[in-house]
Write a protein that binds this ligand. Sequence first.
Ligand code: NAD
Ligand code: 13P
Length: 389
Amino acid sequence: MAPHKVSIIGSGNWGSAIAKIVGHNARQHSDMFEEEVRMWVFEEQVDGKNLTDIINEKHENVKYLPGTQLPDNVVAIPDLTKACEGADLLIFVLPHQVSVLSGLSLSHNGPIADPIQTQFVGKVCGDLKGKIGANARAISLIKGLAFHDNNISLFTDEIEHSLGIPTAALSGANIADEVAQEKFCETTIGSKTIEEDGDIWFKVSLFNAPYFRVNVIADSVGVQICGALKNVIAVGAGFCDGLQYGNNTKAAVIRRGLLEMRKFGKAFFEGGVRTETFFGNDRGHDIDIYFASNSLLASLESCGVADLITTCLGGRNRKVSEKFVTAGKSIEELEEQMLNGQKLQGTTTAKEVYDFLSVRGKTEDFPLMTCVYRIIYCGDSPEMIAKDE
Ligand code: NAD
Ligand code: 13P
């Protein structure tokens, strides 16, 4: 079999951290992969120079992952089509949606600035349509859900339908800066076809590293629901921190959030999600787990409670939401001031989920996620996060 040609679509904080692992593995396993790994970079100027040129000269993404050396076989390319030409393994790692400032909207202290939402996975897939080989496969590292006309879908399905290639999902307790520093963590790959995806994404070790341990499970839906909705709960956890409510309150938000995440998956996705994906189980090596780095640990999925905890403790959604409470500025302003171009996913997901629930008359069934939405977008008091009415 010819070596796989890998392209990474995205080059933000997580995109760059995963490029370090993938670049290293591609070089290590030259029988399996072409050495060069191309990374599509949304071009921008940094100190008067193209970010792609800086990455290719310094082997560092100075804007989105400063201080981490990327392997020099990772090549930054500003043209999406060129970056993906001839690739048979595509790694999608883009923000699911971004929200930027324009006119007027709310902080909890009153009107501030009106955000415009842009979703660019659809645009990327549109640009790649017809240009990707039939035997290619993709994996989505995106933590978010796709909403169109108040209907919901998974990004794996969006990519599959648009490009006609099978698509798995990877999600876990993976704060990018910590992964880049090679601090031990785990992750979960969710797949509808675990035999094939297991062979491609796990057995050939594109992602596995001593500090990045991968499991492959059959619940692709659950993996993606966890990745998207834990961001909304982390916004709630950030409100708790801004209010200095302490650990017990945050633990209550995490517990309630986890239940709502699972309930959402079971309610709105045909075939549902597996409880084990969210909470783990005590059956040891589950029949639906095809590959696991360590079979004794295989029954607890990183994408579930573990990712929820790490995001509620150390993620960007938590950090910016804490400041939202103390600074009296809008989320978009704080995102701009605090994240240097990195993007929040939890606040936009809170709005998307609320709109989706609202047209179905189901907001009361998801009180925590509804509360997060109301605090950000309707001016409700942040104290509402810990009040049972
Ligand atoms: P990021 O938050 O650093 O986002 C910035 C990226 O968006 C940059 O690469 C920027 O060039 C790009 N961008 C901005 N405008 C764009 C446009 N119009 N079109 C295309 N790209 C544009 O990105 P990230 O951290 O790599 O996150 C990507 C996905 O990975 C998200 O779904 C996120 O939830 C998920 N994730 C992030 C982390 C983390 O710790 N950062 C960990 C796990 C998963
Ligand atoms: P934040 O986007 O809140 O930083 O979360 C990162 C993440 O997904 C950790 O697994």
